[in-house]
Ligand binder design. Structure first.
Ligand code: COA
Length: 274
């Protein structure tokens, strides 16, 4: 499998509930997506997985880290099990520069029911997926963590709309934090999103460094009715619009294009037609 990233950000999805029909045997000639997931994890990942308490958590970890390794292998001649990663002081992983791999950047996110991996060619990227159907005290969390502008926008909403839109802001904010790679050293109220108009909303963004705001592009969408996801990217060179292309890694080992309906897009960002 070889995929090209020119002017695009690719988003890979796996839904752990689907993994039960992985093939029992494997061998020459099967795609990287057909090998059992546990075969591609390294010792560190297996140890981290083993420390997770619940089987569902272990399965989600295995699915997402195998997805990352397999997806990366679609852009270079490195087999899934041979990728190595290093992490920065705040926990953000990237490909080990000593590996001699193509200049890929990635961001991984997982939550119950979904794993996503965003991949770009050298551009900073962050991705986040959350369950949008969880009940949370959205008004309290927004007051405590979000920027005053975001909080004011949410407070004008009905309780149902507040609950829904809270997760839109949350995933967008997480995508930016993850792209920057500073963890919560970047205060959540130091940058703001605005969602304007009817879906797909126009995403407005003011960064912690105002000079940076125009460099960031975001997409917000629902990969499943129960989940919300966001991806943020800072294109490394000005070119045409950045296109977001989605792929679904199926349990059979096949990869299929995934159509997602956008809830919001920055000007300059578009969803690739399937
Ligand atoms: C850890 C953090 C990156 C995200 O955590 P999360 O949303 O719980 O988890 P996600 O599944 O989206 O992301 C986890 C993955 O991000 C990556 N990651 C870890 N630290 C990272 C960092 N500093 N920057 C970017 N990516 C990071 C790893 O690949 C990690 O996967 P792994 O733990 O399986 O190795 C960080 O942003 C955080 O702690 N957020 C706090 C959440 C919060 O309070 N949000 C308030 C609402 S806005």
């Amino acid at each position: 499998l070889q995929y090209r990233l020119d002017g695009e950000v690719h988003l890979w999805f796996a839904f752990p509930g689907e993994t039960k029909c992985l093939p029992k045997d494997f061998g020459e000639g099967l795609s990287v997506f057909q090998q059992p997931a546990r075969m591609v994890l390294d010792d560190g990942e297996k140890a981290r997985m083993g420390r997770l308490r619940y089987p569902a958590g272990r399965r989600l970890f295995e699915t997402s880290h195998a997805l990352l390794r397999r997806a990366l292998s679609c852009y270079g001649d490195i087999p899934p099990e041979q990728w190595r990663f290093v992490i920065n002081a705040h926990g953000k992983p990237r490909i080990d520069p000593d590996l001699g791999a193509p200049p890929l950047m990635f961001s991984l996110s997982h939550t119950r029911g979904a794993a996503i991996v965003a991949i770009t060619q050298g551009a900073d990227v962050g991705a986040d997926v959350e369950r949008g159907d969880r009940m949370v005290d959205a008004a309290r969390l927004s007051r405590r963590f979000f920027s005053p502008e975001e909080d004011a926008a949410l407070l004008k909403m009905t309780p149902d709309a507040l609950q829904e839109h809270f997760f839109h802001f949350w995933t967008l904010k997480e995508s930016y934090i993850k792209a920057r790679g500073l963890g919560l050293r970047l205060p959540l109220d130091s940058f703001s999103f605005r969602l304007e108009g009817s879906p797909p909303c126009r995403i407005g963004f003011s960064g912690d460094d105002p000079a940076d705001a125009g460099k960031w592009l975001f997409a917000l969408f629902k990969p499943l009715p129960s989940h919300v996801a966001a991806v943020g990217i800072s294109p490394d060179r000005p070119s045409g619009p950045i296109s977001l292309r989605c792929f679904h890694a199926l349990p059979s080992g096949r990869v299929s294009p995934l159509g997602v309906a956008p809830l919001g897009l920055s000007p300059g960002m578009e969803i690739h037609p399937r």
